[in-house]
Design a protein around this ligand. Structure first.
Ligand code: UT7
Length: 320
């Protein structure tokens, strides 16, 4: 017995911001952004919140799965941009969709958030601690960007993706997850500073800082290794995999991973051109787009892989 994704859903904010739009408000260009990253546009929130996007993606995933909110007994949300420190985004989603029997919590693994949430839901299901889980990746990254730092803010977007997961005979068959906290500061965003009477400070909230080249080097070495390990864990070979759904950070990372795995880049579906990098939401949004386009057939072997802040990485092999 294992755990299977039985439905997917996603939500992107209404407002489209193109590279040309950004070049009107900062010193950048469509040429620089698209040639270095593959990103052409991203969606940014105006009215939407982290919880409202997550709840909408969750409703769409439940509809796609033919599962009612009443049946859901576990909600795990991968996010680093919840609307509140507490309540969690997962508890907000629970209330919004009426999943009153669910245990709900958030998990922080940055761009690997959906993969860590999926593996956690798998562990709950296999331990009979839950029967039907909603696994969500959601981010409002636009609120933690320094909009004066063109080297980071142009890369990221907002959005949510969700999957309904249940026990089944086929589904997840290989996992590889890991963390390297010693390198955490190459991609960091400080939380609020302590302002208690002993340490009073007037420091403002910090924004995201990234050493892009260090993250790039980490990704192109760690992700192929992780994929090899997960595929081996599943008892499969790289040639058995129909699609590799990778975290959508940069087209050049995806091309490099394809080359290192000796796999055609055609097997790597792309959403970063219209989404940018949406951290924990990237992989589930991509999976939902693949599902909605009818690219996935029962029995297909799929790899999903997330990587980024922490540093963290997580790969899953699954049979659709
Ligand atoms: O989910 C988290 C995972 N994150 C990632 O995977 C990011 C991985 N890293 C990358 O994708 C790349 O390192 C970046 C796309 C972030 C940057 O590409 P790069 O080739 O490493 O560029 P760079 O940082 O070395 O910058 C090159 C030049 C600099 O100018 P000078 O010093 O050569 O004159 C930058 O100031 O490009 C300049 N630059 C820009 N120019 C126009 C930086 N950002 C911009 C911009 N528009 N937005």
């Amino acid at each position: 017995m294992t755990s299977r994704i039985v439905g997917t859903g996603s939500y992107l904010p209404e407002t489209v911001v193109t590279n040309d739009d950004l070049s009107k408000i900062m010193d950048t260009s469509d040429e620089w952004i698209s040639s270095r990253t593959g990103i052409r546009e991203r969606r940014l929130v105006k009215e939407e919140t982290t919880a409202s996007m997550a709840a909408e993606a969750a409703k769409r995933a439940l509809e796609n799965a033919g599962v009612s909110a009443d049946e859901i007994d576990l909600i795990i949300v991968g996010t680093i941009t919840g609307d509140y420190v507490t309540p969690s985004t997962a508890c907000e989603v629970q209330a919004a969709i009426g999943a009153e029997h669910a245990l709900a919590f958030d998990l922080n693994a940055a761009c690997s958030g959906f993969m860590f949430a999926l593996s956690s839901a798998h562990a709950y299901l296999q331990a009979n601690l839950a029967n039907a889980a909603l696994v969500i990746g959601v981010e409002t990254l636009s609120k933690i960007m320094d909009w004066n730092d063109r080297s980071t803010c142009v890369l990221f977007g907002d959005g949510a993706g969700a999957a309904v997961v249940k026990r089944d005979e086929v589904g997840l068959s290989g996992l590889d997850l890991g963390s390297d906290g010693a390198k955490g500061m190459v991609l960091a965003c400080p939380n609020r500073t302590n302002n208690n009477p002993l340490v009073q400070t007037d420091k403002a909230l910090g924004y995201t800082y990234m050493d892009g080249q260090e993250v790039y080097k980490f990704a192109v070495t760690t992700v192929p290794e992780s994929i090899h390990k997960a595929v081996e864990h599943a008892g499969l070979e790289i040639g058995d995999i129909k699609y590799f759904a990778l975290h959508q950070a940069n087209i050049r990372i995806i091309q490099s991973v394809a080359k290192r795995l000796k796999v055609s880049v055609d097997k790597f579906p792309i959403s970063l051109d219209h989404c940018g990098n949406i951290s924990a939401a990237s992989v589930p949004i991509l999976l939902d787009e693949m599902n909605q386009k009818g690219m996935l057939e029962r029995g297909d072997k799929i790899v999903m892989s997330g990587f980024g802040g922490g540093l963290t990485w997580g790969t899953a092999v699954l049979t659709w």
